[in-house]
Design a protein around this ligand. Sequence first.
Ligand code: DX5
Ligand code: ZN
Length: 221
Amino acid sequence: MKDFLIAPSILSADFARLGEDVANVLAAGADVVHFDVMDNHFVPNLTFGAPICQALRDYGITAPIDVHLMVKPVDRIIPDFAKAGASMITVHVEATDHLDRSLQLIKEHGCQAGVVFNPATPLHHLDYIMDKVDMILIMSVNPGFGGQSFIPSTLDKLRQVRQRIDASGRDIRLEVDGGVNVNNIAEIAAAGADMFVAGSAIFNEPDYKIAIDNMRAQLAE
Ligand code: DX5
Ligand code: ZN
């Protein structure tokens, strides 16, 4: 079977008992912790910073932490997250004046680097950075909130990125974020994604294991 990663977004977790909730979702079979950092400037919402990432590490979370930075300007905060235990760090095209530099900064700090495309952001920004990215994150909702509906035009975008990754011959993850659930995950995988962020579709379910198993079952078909 293809190597698919399920990354629950802790935006929908119980913040009052975050360590326990993250441990539970990992025990239920999640592969990666998706960590949504929002600044009430680049996106209209405010979440958490590097100390919370460090707190998860201190609590004993050893799984990869995928830090999705919805923060502008972004460069100053990258080293903070690397030191706090981030495994991967992704930055939005519009959040930096110097995308190449931001990606290099992430790598210099020992993390995997990724670029994020909002639903209306064109793909030409990939033209000169394919050799600098370990992952490409396609937003399938406008960033800022969990629980929104998947935007269908994203499927065609995923297909285009999949072609570009395959043509590059490089080992680059294709991550999708927003509105992913058990009913659409198979179609999203068929479009080329291999890393799936899901917040409400996992954390709003009473049994995380059943939610994740049901998603994986769709991927196996
Ligand atoms: C949106 C965030 C997502 C969000 C996904 O800005 O980047 O990670 O939490 O939540 P769901 O899966 O509920 O759409
Ligand atoms: Zn996210």
